[in-house]
Design a protein around this ligand. Structure first.
Ligand SMILES: [Zn+2]
Length: 211
């Protein structure tokens, strides 16, 4: 199974870009963070296990990540765009053993810019819809357009959790970049540009695949 991978700090727009690419290629989009949040909202056994971990802003253990990746694969998929996976070297090794990795996109963004972007995010505490106060605001302050629920800041978007996550991310990123660069799979993309420009840079890096 072919796959593309996106990684970058929170706020780098990797979710948006992964979604765009998966639509273009008709691939399955797997966002690990969303899958875990879904389990938490449904209060499954897995969800209860990860609830504490996520609320502390820590990373979910590899074994739980593999479990949810395997259980989320759709049989009719033509390929996969991974978003938020892999985060560790163990996960990267799992990825190259189980999938044919076509390209890994690292979205580069300065920490200060990322923190500014993240602090404008809100999520509906009833239906889970995402908003951004700057780029995608609700019609009415603090109220979900879809269900009327209350908009809140996700626990892992709170300042203490952000700085913990960024520290963990930077500790692990260098190793991941080296891992994929040594396999000639790494493309570094400037994520400070707007969505269209970043998407264009990704299409260019992929080249003939999208033509
Ligand atoms: Zn809602």
């Amino acid at each position: 199974m072919q796959c593309f991978v996106f990684f970058g700090i929170q706020g780098s727009g990797k979710g948006t870009q992964a979604e765009l690419l998966s639509e273009n290629l008709n691939y399955q989009h797997i966002n690990i963070g969303d899958l875990f949040r879904e389990q938490v909202l449904r209060q499954t056994d897995l969800g209860l296990q990860v609830q504490d971990i996520i609320s502390r802003g820590e990373l979910v253990p590899d074994s739980l990540v593999f479990e949810i990746v395997d259980s989320s694969l759709l049989p009719e998929r033509q390929g996969i765009v991974f978003d938020g996976f892999p985060r560790t070297l163990v996960q990267a090794e799992y990825l190259v053993e189980h999938f044919q990795v076509r390209q890994v996109f690292f979205l580069e963004l300065a920490e200060a810019v990322a923190i500014r972007r993240i602090s404008s995010r809100r999520i509906c505490n009833s239906c889970g819809e995402n908003y951004n106060l700057e780029s995608d605001p609700p019609r009415q302050d603090d109220v979900c357009d879809k269900c009327g629920g209350e908009l809140v800041i996700r626990n892992d978007d709170k300042p203490e959790a952000i700085s913990r996550r960024l520290t963990e991310f930077y500790e692990q990123t260098l190793a991941l970049k080296e891992f994929f660069a040594s396999r000639d799979l790494l493309s570094e993309i400037d994520a400070s540009q707007d969505v269209e420009e970043v998407a264009a840079a990704i299409r260019k890096a992929i080249g003939s695949l999208l033509n």
